[in-house]
Design a protein around this ligand. Structure first.
Ligand code: G3H
Ligand code: 13P
Ligand code: ZN
Length: 328
């Protein structure tokens, strides 16, 4: 059944677990996630970016969500807008059956320019008011995602850096987080702690100076009842980098967020864990492998089936390690 983010995360907080929020833009990703969830009895958050909505189309996504919840009637499913950039994006998502939206006012509408406090509070509050009138949930963001190694703020889609910021802007301030939630009444708050979108997060296995889980602990101490959201939470597993590169890929060596660091975050109030890159890599690794091993193959299903299996395995692992399993 479809449920809101608030319902799901309230349960997660009560029982002390985290929920991966997997990005989707096609049927195969949707099926892989639901299969993994059904295997371990986990509730699901699926999210679509603006890019995903224009790729698949709102009508297709609306019916896909309906179809997936009909196919898996026992799995609670929250459908969430990832990184909404204005009121229109958020309200049209709700109109198309999304039960939850992110209003990302940490950046201006172009999703490149860091926004100031007043802009963020005003637009997030407007969206939260409107969403709550019709029973949808809202995630806001305070702080800008970016790299503490280089001081670069990161583009929302992981496509590159957008400019230098101070250390302060790249780490959410606990006192400001308290005020922000009071003023906007968001149901969940995305925070910045040194992660960024995409595969190229860190140039080495991250330590506390570049991945500030301790900042999450400070925020949680200040606002213990607020559901925290960690963006840029792909772990960019070495086995997938290797499989891609053994099959003709040329991904430079990179490091993501180790799963044990996310587990530490979950102990400190992180309830929603955004993951897109890992699943993209799982699918791509198998596409490449099939293309390399069977150069005569041209039936897309022969590519899709192992790709979906690789993605399902990754989703299942995250449901288990985040404690989501068994909570559907
Ligand atoms: O926010 C980042 C997600 O990975 C979505 O990326 O905008 O390319 O769909 P996208
Ligand atoms: P990754 O690029 O680390 O998977 O992050 C996804 C994300 O935060 C989507 O909002
Ligand atoms: Zn994100």
């Amino acid at each position: 059944a479809l449920i809101t983010l608030r319902q799901l995360l309230d349960h997660a907080a009560e029982y002390g677990y985290g929920v991966p929020a997997f990005n989707i833009n096609n049927m195969e990703q949707g099926i892989a996630i639901m299969k993994a969830a059904a295997k371990c009895d986990a509730p699901v958050i699926m999210q679509a970016s603006r890019g995903a909505r224009s790729y698949a189309g709102d009508i297709m996504l609306r019916h896909m969500i309906q179809a997936l919840s009909e196919m898996y009637p026992d799995i609670p499913l929250c459908m969430h807008q990832d990184h909404g950039n204005n009121e229109a994006t958020c309200l049209t998502a709700i109109r198309h059956g999304f039960t939850s939206v992110m209003m990302d006012g940490s950046l201006k509408e172009d999703m490149k320019t860091p926004a100031d406090w007043d802009y963020n509070v005003a637009i997030t509050k407007r969206v939260a008011d409107m969403a709550h009138w019709v029973g949808a949930s809202v995630e806001g963001e305070l702080g800008v995602l970016g790299n503490l190694e280089t001081g670069e703020a990161a583009e929302e889609d992981g496509s590159g850096a957008v400019g230098k910021l101070s250390h302060d802007q790249l780490l959410t301030d606990p006192d400001e987080a308290l005020d922000f939630v009071k003023l906007t009444k968001v149901d969940a708050l995305a925070i910045a702690c040194g992660t960024s979108h995409g595969a190229y997060k860190f140039s080495r296995k991250p330590t506390g100076d570049i991945l500030a889980i301790s900042q999450i602990e400070k925020i949680h101490a200040k606002i213990p009842n607020v559901h925290l959201v960690m963006h840029g939470s792909s772990s960019v597993p070495q086995y997938l980098q290797d499989l891609i590169n053994e099959s003709g890929g040329e991904m430079p060596q990179t490091y993501g967020v180790p799963v044990e660091e996310i587990e530490r975050g979950i102990k400190s109030g992180v309830r929603k864990v955004n993951i897109d890159t890992d699943n993209r890599m799982a699918l791509t690794a198998q596409f490449r492998k099939v293309a390399q091993d069977k150069p005569t193959e041209f039936d897309p299903r022969k590519f899709m089936i192992p790709a979906m299996e690789e993605m399902e395995k990754l989703c299942l692992d995250r449901f288990q390690r985040f404690g989501t399993a068994g909570n559907a």
